[in-house]
Design a protein around this ligand. Structure first.
Ligand code: MN
Length: 507
């Protein structure tokens, strides 16, 4: 359900008429060669589309207006091959509604020391041409990403790829929406938030539905359809013997299949990209959606439990950014700690709803009673998460702005099997270290719900925040908690000052 084939980024080259037609011909040639190389690099996950060189205020305005209106275009890359006076760009840039990447590079890699003359200098002047462009984008306080370096370097191309993934997540967010089945878990603070501001600053549509709307669809799912899906489960997963040998337990698996079909139908009909549930409001649904939610997440839907629409949106965005990359992405909750000196770690899990894309092995279908909610025993997938580098990211509403907070973590295999724990789980060590990661997170007001990913990292989240103009905080490799505390203080001061352009996501 996430498809990058529909997406493209436009490559815009700036120049002017001062240099004569021969120079412009070569500018044209160079930018085509660059687009071809970037597009063919395999490091940028969407099409890179060459656009004619821009030399006048009229053509600039037309190109940026066209990019803004074009559905396939998810962002523009701007590069000033030569000097392109900044005032020519003002009307175009103020009309631009798509993410902007300023690529600061130069067509020619090396200075030809023994040959260099003024012709070479005139044709290779991005060093100052891009500074003029940088000035006008800074002066306009535009949300933008700047990447400097030689365009053929793998590192530069990778970074452009990261930005393109973030731009795709933003396009997806503006085109999708979150369906909330039921409201927020009663009295919980962090899962609440301003949905009007979310739509203004993130382009995110969040709307509520009665769980009875879902129950209506549930009632229309035929037993045959549910049976067919249970067969798929049997092929795809391991089954607990206590389930596969007991028709009553298998019937409970069938209930989850029915819930999955109903939810999928509801989400597809409404064009939704994510959803929330709450165990406090399940009238007409016999079990808390467990296996059903896990499978929908595996297919790319964003999910937040207990009405947490912000995390549903973030999980979806992270899944979009992770498209085609190894690893997985899930809704997550910091559940419990192991505080043995020298071997401290966090156990992450949820009541049921962890995405099997992060599993180390084949998930197993189990059925167990649920301590809360007063519903029938739900079927769920149980597994251990894979090890490796990962992130936990959260989107919180600070009242005057949205904040994205990321903790880089090292996922490790559980030090011991947990045969009595009936839910999917992951164990990890926060960075920069156990207590530092915890203290920073608590000080920043980070939620207990996160998007967890082994497929993407902090750079993706930072690029995503930068496009949306959101406050971005990172706790990870090399973070000093002393500096992090100061960063929080500065952030607060910036937010209260209302400085335009600091985060355009402020309100
Ligand atoms: Mn929860």
């Amino acid at each position: 359900m996430i498809n990058f084939d529909a997406y493209e980024v436009w490559f815009l080259t700036g120049s002017q008429h001062l240099y004569g037609s021969e120079t412009l011909r070569r500018v044209d040639e160079h930018s085509r060669a660059m687009v071809e190389a970037l597009g063919g690099s395999g490091r940028i996950p969407v099409r890179v589309v060459w656009r004619p060189v821009l030399t006048t205020p009229e053509s600039i305005r037309a190109a940026l207006s066209e990019a803004s209106a074009n559905r396939a275009c998810i962002g523009v890359i701007a590069w000033m091959h030569t000097f392109s006076p900044g005032k020519m760009w003002i009307n175009g840039l103020t009309a631009l509604t798509k993410p902007l990447l300023h690529l600061h590079t130069q067509f020619n890699r090396d200075i030809p020391w023994s040959e260099i003359d003024m012709d070479f200098m005139n044709l290779n002047q991005s060093a100052h041409g891009d500074r003029e462009f940088g000035h006008i984008t800074a002066r306009l306080r535009l949300p933008r990403t700047v990447i400097a370096g030689f365009w053929q370097d793998a590192d530069v191309q990778e970074r452009i790829g990261v930005w393109a993934r973030a731009a795709a997540a933003v396009a997806d967010m503006r085109g999708g929406g979150i369906a909330r089945f039921g409201d927020n878990m009663r009295y919980v603070a962090v899962t609440e938030g301003d949905k009007v501001s979310a739509e203004i600053t993130l382009g995110l549509g969040v709307n509520g539905y009665g769980v009875s709307d879902l129950a209506e669809v549930y009632d229309t799912v035929s037993p045959r359809e549910a049976d067919r899906l249970v067969h798929e489960y049997v092929e795809q997963y391991e089954f607990d013997d206590a389930v596969s040998r007991d028709p009553a337990q298998m019937a409970r698996v069938g209930v989850q299949a029915r819930i999955e079909i109903a939810m999928r139908r509801f989400l597809e009909r409404g064009g939704f990209t994510g959803f929330t549930t709450t165990f406090e409001d399940l009238h007409g649904i016999p079990q808390l959606p467990g296996l059903a939610v896990q499978r929908l997440m595996a297919d790319g839907y964003g999910f937040g439990a207990e009405g947490d629409w912000k995390q549903a949106a973030l999980v979806r965005a992270m899944k979009v950014m992770a498209t085609g990359l190894p690893g997985g992405t899930s809704f997550m909750e910091d559940y419990t700690y192991h505080m043995e000196p020298g071997r401290c770690l966090v156990l992450g899990a949820h009541m049921l709803e962890i995405c099997p894309s992060i599993a180390a092995g084949k998930p197993r279908v189990e059925v167990h009673p649920l301590g809360i909610g007063g519903k029938d025993d739900p079927a769920r997938l149980v597994f251990d998460g894979a090890g490796g580098d990962a992130i936990n990211a959260t989107l919180v509403d600070m009242g005057d702005r949205f904040r994205i907070l990321v903790n880089e973590v090292k996922a490790v295999p559980p030090p011991s099997p947990m045969p009595k724990l009936p839910v999917a789980r992951v164990t990890w060590i926060p960075k920069p270290d156990f207590t530092g990661g915890l203290e920073g997170w608590i000080l920043a007001g980070g939620a207990h719900h996160t998007g967890y990913s082994t497929a993407i990292g902090s750079p993706h989240m930072e690029a995503f925040a930068a496009i949306l103009g959101l406050e971005f905080l990172r706790l990870g490799e090399g973070t000093s908690i002393e500096n992090f505390k100061r960063e929080l203080l500065y952030s607060e001061a910036v937010s209260r000052s209302g400085a335009r352009g600091a985060w355009c996501g402020s309100r």
